[in-house]
Design a binder for this molecule. Structure first.
Ligand SMILES: [Zn+2]
Ligand SMILES: [Zn+2]
Length: 276
């Protein structure tokens, strides 16, 4: 990695493209549920946020309510989005819902939360760690990234969320991660998708940004664009650890992020310094 001289004081991270107003149950979109997110965004200096509740809670999403929120908060860009995962029970319905509402959605992100157990997300903390016990971690990594490629291949996602979530409990593959992930990154590039930089990893046992430095480096080489996100499950978490994220981006010379409007990707500068 070439470390350059970018200063984080010139960074303004204005977007957060992974948020869960409903948390972990169906809660119908109402002003009472959504307005605090707009208020927090403003408080934290964010001007462009995407609601991306899990597809299994799609019944709570109300596009008219998002429109009303936009009208009341015209200083903010509020994107209608969803997080599609590989839930073996619910995601078939989620995919249908996304197809039906594609034109109303600005942004869909794809993620893999399930391995070979139908009844438990492997990223449940701490219970999901049991899914790794006594198993070949290299094989689990290979299986995970195969599932990520399947998600990318659905044609229903604009971006891949928390790309190396498989490290969440701290399990590491024996092989160099670049070798494991290369095929997946090439696939993402060929599909012209974005990858998320998620600060959520800093709140998890692994205590590391999603994705790892080596994956960021490879993504930059392959010219894969990034969204930035907190994966907030409470409005108070919006933009969580963004100063630290700015440091990471400065270290890698990442000076742009992408935002989405009706699935159209738009690249925006987040660093005031001109290119070196
Ligand atoms: Zn997720
Ligand atoms: Zn999420």
């Amino acid at each position: 990695m070439s470390v350059n001289q970018l200063s984080t004081s010139n960074y303004r991270l204005f977007s957060d493209y992974h948020t869960h107003p409903q948390g972990h149950r169906v809660q119908h979109y109402t002003p009472a549920l959504l307005q605090p997110w707009a208020d927090s965004a403003r408080k934290f200096g964010l001007t462009d946020i995407a609601f991306t509740d899990h597809d299994r809670y799609h019944a709570g999403i109300d596009f008219d309510e998002i429109d009303r929120l936009r009208e009341k908060n015209s200083d903010l860009r509020i994107r209608a989005g969803i997080e599609l995962d590989n839930d073996p029970i619910h995601s078939a319905a989620g995919r249908k819902w996304i197809e039906k509402h594609w034109d109303k959605l600005d942004f869909v992100q794809g993620s893999v939360h399930f391995l070979d157990r139908d009844d438990q997300m492997f990223d449940s903390v701490p219970d999901g760690a049991a899914q790794f016990a006594g198993r070949d971690v290299d094989a689990i990594y290979a299986d995970y990234f195969r599932r990520v490629r399947e998600m990318a291949a659905t044609g229903l996602v604009d971006c891949l969320a928390h790309l190396d979530l498989i490290k969440i409990h701290g399990h590491r593959s024996g092989a160099e991660i670049g070798v494991i992930v290369n095929e997946t990154l090439d696939f993402i590039r060929a599909r012209n998708l974005a990858v998320e930089l998620s600060t959520a990893g800093w709140r998890k046992p692994v205590n590391e940004l999603y994705p790892s430095d080596r994956i960021i480096e490879l993504a930059i080489e392959k010219q894969i664009p990034f969204t930035i996100a907190s994966d907030a499950h409470s409005h108070a978490q919006l933009g969580d650890s963004y100063p630290r994220l700015a440091q990471k981006m400065a270290a890698f010379g990442v000076r742009q992020v992408c935002i989405f409007e009706n699935h159209q990707r738009i690249v925006r500068a987040v660093c005031a310094e001109p290119p070196l």
